[in-house]
Design a protein around this ligand. Structure first.
Ligand SMILES: Nc1nc2c(ncn2[C@@H]2O[C@H](COP(=O)(O)OP(=O)(O)O)[C@@H](O)[C@H]2O)c(=O)[nH]1
Ligand SMILES: [Mg+2]
Length: 726
């Protein structure tokens, strides 16, 4: 055993073996793809290190024990939630799970090629066999040792391009098939354009039916392909002549697929599960099964998932990859999932299997739209077919302040969808003409849930440009701004992005550090634009000062009233943080749940001041037997309302203390009473009501409320008919 290959007992990520260590477990291999996520080590100490087999694996051969292996890299210091490390190039090359799609004109030999590569006839429908054409997607598994590829075979017929579109999303590599005897044909171009618009980054051109033509013709086709590919993602891609009939070129093609595949970086593990469904069917005894290319995240057996649109939840009863049962599948794998708890009638192509309670479908999307060079100009508000993932819906294109978008042009637009669809920021889409159905353009989703725009709003264009070209830190404020409340909680923001929890938290911390957003601590953190906080603070100050001028004798506005009036529908934490900020900045005083402007004293007029002094001296002088409020008004011949107003102000200022419904004492008198009791009794001693009455020369009318007040103040405690001094 190499020195670095220790037994793993920690439950966090297994990022900890030396570079040259190959690991297998039981009869199952660990392909390189799981490197994109932490490996759980709770499966026991069954790690075997097959150091010597690395070379065989690198060449794509099975290890000598008949098992496949993978190398796990030592990258210490990362927990299961840590950001993903970059897998060193050397390691990337060990093993790949990828998805390959075919593309090309009808009858050019795509399905025959898939059969020649894999032994599987991808034309699975009875009608396909009967008519000899591919109608819907077909699937096969290509085992190249270090490269495990799922192949999606698409129909070439123009009528079935919509099926082609459902299959080609999420592929890593396209095999652009061109028959030697026909060369490039309309659907060769259309499929190629679709791949380009979908942002597919790698391709191999295959000249099929090489047995039917002279070598010179093959060279001509090769030149035509090279010319068509120039300036695109396929510029310089391998072009391989093949005969599916004789087998010539098939091995070369496999080698090329392996070479290209090993250079594909692993799909980042920074996103949540998305499995756009391309097929749904039932299997007797198992129920509903859906298949698709797992475009991001991972899915595990027994976990709960949700289907969007629709929102139905289901349990993952089983998972298969290339016909073999497994406990979990990761991004980049062709995956079949057996769903428990949903009826087949509720599941269809276009739905997406995802994590529960995170996403919603939308009927409005902001996009960057590019028209194909050969397309007819697109008129504003025209109806088109909108394809995203495996779904297709009708949509109207609302252009931003223009009447049409010409061929080859690119601009921002808003799509108004006829039916809800689940997509995220950055997803690719295609549009096809309503009739006749030809592909006319495509692009990227910028905002998957915006407000409806006014066509003339200039700011909209600037914001969309940021969502298109900006950095993560620049985009976040735009998402916040686009929301009517100008804030989003982390969950709401992630509805647009689909990142894993740890990744989005880490990235947002960075953005907050730059000052572009403020994160308010809450059970789900709330993201706010600094400007929004500034406005709220300004409004708070304005409201408090307005309150002061309307209510000069009141100390301030109650906290709850302030919240209701300004922050009614905003989260409590935002209110709290805003108010805390103002208190800390010494702009607001917060006392007894009352907010007032910092440094503000209640201002009384000259007349009011005189009245206050008179009332105060009445209460001081009347000592233990103060007057009631009505007696007070009568004896002063002053306006009763004004007396009440001053009286309440004095209560709020705690100059007077109301001890019962009818009795109010001057604060100093109450202090004096307490002093006198202390002077007469030591703590712990008892006295009765009679003693108390005598001590202060009181009747029951004053004595009982006073004693009850002292009990409430925890100055005394009642025991039977006595009081104990505390
Ligand atoms: N001679 C020859 N015929 C081929 C080859 N590949 C496909 N074909 C034939 O071409 C026809 C169309 O093939 P198919 O795979 O269905 O084309 P697809 O529509 O692109 O899937 C079938 O009759 C095949 O037998 C080849 O390499 N050589
Ligand atoms: Mg076919």
């Amino acid at each position: 055993m190499p020195r670095n290959a220790r037994p793993y007992t920690r439950s966090i990520a297994l990022w900890a073996i030396s570079k040259s260590t190959v690991v297998t477990r039981g009869s199952q291999a660990f392909p390189a793809a799981p490197l994109s996520r932490p490996l759980s080590t709770d499966r026991g100490p069954h790690w075997q290190c097959r150091h010597a087999h690395r070379r065989r694996l690198e060449k794509g051969l099975p290890s000598r024990s008949g098992r496949l292996g993978a190398t796990v890299v030592k990258l210490s210091g990362l927990g299961a939630d840590g950001p993903l490390p970059r897998i060193p190039r050397r390691i990337e090359r060990i093993m790949r799970h990828i998805v390959i799609g075919t593309a090309g004109h009808i009858d050019h030999g795509k399905s025959a090629l898939v059969k020649a590569l894999t032994g599987t006839d991808p034309d699975r429908l009875k009608e396909e066999k009967l008519r000899g054409i591919t109608i819907d997607l077909g699937f096969a598994h290509l085992d190249l040792g270090a490269v495990q590829a799922g192949i999606v075979d698409v129909p070439g017929h123009e009528r079935f391009v919509k099926n082609m579109l459902a299959g080609v999303g999420g592929i890593d590599l396209v095999l652009l098939v061109v028959a030697a005897d026909e060369s490039i044909m309309p659907q060769t171009r259309e499929h190629f354009e679709i791949c380009r618009l979908l942002g597919i980054e790698r391709g191999i051109a295959v000249i099929t039916k090489a047995d039917l033509v002279e070598p010179e013709l093959i060279e001509l086709v090769r030149e035509e392909i090279a010319a068509a590919a120039s300036g695109s993602f396929m510029e310089g891609a391998p072009i391989i002549p093949v005969s599916s009939l004789t087998g010539v070129g098939v091995e070369e093609l496999k080698t090329a697929i392996r070479d290209v595949s090993l250079r594909i970086p692993p799909r980042p593990a920074d996103r949540l599960l998305r499995l756009p469904i391309d097929r749904a069917f039932t299997v007797r005894g198992f129920g509903t099964v859906v298949t698709g290319t797992l475009t991001s995240g991972e899915v595990r057996k027994d976990e709960e998932v949700q289907l969007i649109p629709g929102g139905l939840t289901a349990r993952v009863r089983g998972i298969q990859i290339h016909g073999r049962a497994t406990d979990h599948a990761i991004a980049g794998q062709r995956t079949a999932v057996n769903l428990q708890g949903v009826d087949l009638s509720h599941v269809e192509r276009g739905h997406v299997v995802t994590v529960p309670d995170q996403f919603q479908a939308t009927q409005l999307v902001d996009v960057r739209l590019s028209m194909l060079p050969a397309a007819q100009p697109l008129r504003n508000l025209i109806k088109v077919r909108f394809h995203q993932g495996t779904s297709e819906v009708l949509a109207r294109v609302s252009l931003l302040g223009r009447d049409s978008l010409g061929k080859g042009e690119t601009d921002y637009a808003q799509m108004r969808l006829d039916a809800p669809l689940f997509c995220l920021h950055g997803d690719a889409f295609i549009i096809r003409q309503f009739s006749p159905t030809v592909t006319i353009g495509g692009g990227r989703i910028l905002h998957p849930g915006p407000a409806k725009h006014k066509a003339t709003d200039r700011q909209v264009r600037a914001d969309l440009e940021t969502l298109d070209k900006g950095s993560f830190a620049e985009k976040i404020p735009v998402f916040l701004k686009a929301h009517s409340r100008r804030m989003l909680d982390l969950r709401e923001l992630n509805t647009l992005l689909g990142l894993t929890n740890s990744v989005i938290r880490a990235q947002l911390q960075e953005v907050a550090k730059s000052g572009a957003i403020i994160i308010v601590t809450a059970p789900v953190p709330i993201l706010i634009l600094p400007g929004t906080i500034v406005n709220l603070e300004r409004e708070t100050l304005a409201l408090v000062s307005r309150f002061h001028s309307d209510n000069p004798l009141l100390k301030g506005i109650s906290r709850e009233e302030l919240r209701k009036r300004l922050f009614g529908d905003l989260p409590m934490e935002v209110f709290r943080s805003c108010l805390d900020g103002l208190v800390q900045a010494k702009k607001i005083w917060l006392q007894d749940e009352m907010a007032s402007l910092h440094g503000r004293e209640v201002q009384l007029s000259e007349v009011e001041l005189q009245l206050r002094d008179r009332i105060e001296s009445v209460f001081r002088e009347s000592g233990y037997q103060p007057p009631s409020i009505s007696e007070l008004a009568a004896s002063h011949q002053a306006d009763a309302a004004l007396v009440r107003k001053i009286y309440f102000w004095m209560l709020r200022e705690r100059i007077l203390v109301k001890i019962s419904e009818d009795l109010t004492y001057h604060r100093e008198v109450l202090e004096e009473i307490k002093h006198k009791i202390h002077a007469s009794y030591s703590p712990g001693s008892r006295f009765g009501v009679a003693e108390f009455k005598q001590l202060f020369d009181l009747t029951r009318k004053h004595a009982i409320p006073l004693l009850e007040f002292l009990d409430r103040e925890r100055f005394t405690r009642r025991q039977g008919n006595d009081r104990v001094l505390l």
